[in-house]
Design a protein around this ligand. Sequence first.
Ligand SMILES: Nc1ncnc2c1ncn2[C@@H]1O[C@H](COP(=O)(O)OP(=O)(O)O)[C@@H](O)[C@H]1O
Ligand SMILES: [Mg+2]
Length: 260
Amino acid sequence: MMAKVITVANQKGGVGKTTTVVNLAHALALMGKEVLVIDLDPQGQVATFLGMEQSAGAFYLLSTAVDPSANPLMVLRQQMRFSGRDRLYLIPGNPLTNMAQTMLNASNAPLAVIRRMLTPLVNNGKPDYILIDTAPSVGGIQERAVWAADLLIVPTLPDSSSLEGVQYMAGMVRELKGKGWPGVVAGILPTHYEERTRESRSSMDDLRKAFSPLVLEPISDRTALRDARSRGQTIFEYEPDSQPAAEYRRLAEVILRIEG
Ligand SMILES: Nc1ncnc2c1ncn2[C@@H]1O[C@H](COP(=O)(O)OP(=O)(O)O)[C@@H](O)[C@H]1O
Ligand SMILES: [Mg+2]
């Protein structure tokens, strides 16, 4: 079995990308899968969310990607940190990732540069899943991280101003498909969902109208997710019986069921 690469992206910030990466990764690990998270956001927040130290892991990884003499598998293994949670590993990021992005652009690195770098690990079959967190920005790393993905998840807020962010991502997906991207969109994931507010419900309707089969069941707006984050814990450590824990578990089940 080859590893599956899942990229979480939306050029908007604050839509729950990092929250989704961290909690989906832990959900999959708790279901017995070996999971590696790679933090390609220069803010390096995945480490913080998991109660770990930031590092230049992503920088070294991306530098390797543009160096033909490098041994990507060796660098991947060197930069991997154990999260202290069974089967969950992280290659952290930090602000140096920005420099790597400049290098990628300056060297005109191909779209497939990140995928190629990951290929030896993907073919290795362990980990089972590689989750990539991305920065809320356009170009550079983001497109190459989407190209690297077998599955793309696009978190979004369920409000009227967020539809354009999803449309932008849809446009990017069409463009990448046109260039031969073999991945698929696993789904659009509404986060910060408030069942009781009209805006949340009507935006869900709008999303479904525009992107019908791709809209996943939403993640509710719950302070438990913020509290977990500020303690460096996942929702499964902080409040395993909460609604968002159940919702992220359900998302993991959807991912597990995707074939291929
Ligand atoms: N479903 C949710 N309910 C409540 N707070 C959330 C939810 N998802 C994320 N958050 C909080 O919202 C903020 C932004 O989330 P984050 O995952 O960092 O977004 P992004 O990575 O897209 O910038 C964080 O403080 C996070 O703890
Ligand atoms: Mg983030």
